[in-house]
Design a protein around this ligand. Sequence first.
Ligand SMILES: [Zn+2]
Length: 443
Amino acid sequence: MAIEQDQEVRRILHKAAQARQVDLEAWESALRVAVLCAGAKALAGLLEGIGSGRRKVALECECGRRMESRGVRKKELLTMLGSLSYSRSRFQCPNCGKSRYPGDEELDIVGTGRSPGVRRMMGRAGSRCTFKEGCQDLKIYAGIKVSAKDVERVAEGIGQDMEAWSRCERQQILQAQAESVRPEEKTFPLLYICADGTGIPMTRSELQGRPGKQADGSARTREVKLGCIFTQSAQDEKGFPLRDPDSTSFVGAIEPAEAFGWRLYGEALRRGLARAERVVVLGDGAQWIRNLGEFHFPEATLIIDLYHAREHVSDLCKILFHQEKEVVRYRLRWWTELDYGNIEKIAHQARQRLPQDPESCKKAEAEINYLEKNKERMRYADFRRQGLFVGSGVVEAGCKTIIGQRLKQSGMEWSLRGANAIITLRCIHQSGRLEDYWEARVP
Ligand SMILES: [Zn+2]
């Protein structure tokens, strides 16, 4: 510790001892400031000489020319210990004029005045709560003073970088899969792939020309597609399936179904799709999820979320019957049939009770057709006998916690870029992959 800081700490301790009143919070706050300040000095000492002085190897520009030193430049760097100034050599290419700071490259602070540790904290703060709350947390917890806008910019930047990192990883995985010739050995029993969608509020300019559910036909939200992958290797004593602990990972984005399909497929491959003895695709029966399942996972067992199927049966009852008592009676009866997977029986009985009114009749037909078309995906008794999950609760919970809690707060309006960056950050976090990302950044 520098001598002056040591003295500062002694001074605070002395003052505290002299004080007539005990004030622990004031003492610990004052000491934290002094200790951080001393740390910043020590850190500045460590950084001295990095990226300046004689180079052993010549620095080359992207264009191939040898770059020339243009002297030392100072920059302010915000670290976990506070601000410090850092001096390093600037190099410039005499050919194309590009400049580089090798010291910044070595320290992972190219184009930023914030250390990796501070950026990491800002990314976490901005992904967990609003940018404003994030900046307040940083100040209280870490004594780091940044603005809400700073937290937003840095968190978004990290989210975008994570997206680039995972895209790159995905491409490598897809490439390896395309090149592999031998089928992989099966090493675990069950892999689940689930998908769901949820709307988040967007800025007006992001919604221009998009049809929506508002009274005037405009949209207020855009759909985030969220996918989750988990494994199951056991059932409880009653035969109910158990999700393997820490086996759940998430991917999500606002993007067309086709792009999302490849995203989810890539994640499934990363999680061992080829090594799973059995694959189950679980969703709410939305067209895009069915298409995705059939296209990317043709071998998989497709299951429509039981609670979603129940809703369809419930809607059907409301169309067919007018008296509440009848609605309740048939709903109970058909939900039981649904549990047994007797879809044909429900369809048959419903067809005998079609309403006279052509409009209602058409609606009822549509519901019955939906059930018939998806009957093989609703054999719930069979699925349960095989010890499988029949509800997509995990991905629905993901929609609430990963997306809803952060991106659907009242008054929020997102840009596509900002929303996707934060969605990526939160998915990587929830998948327990933060360390993978930060480690991959180390050259
Ligand atoms: Zn150049």
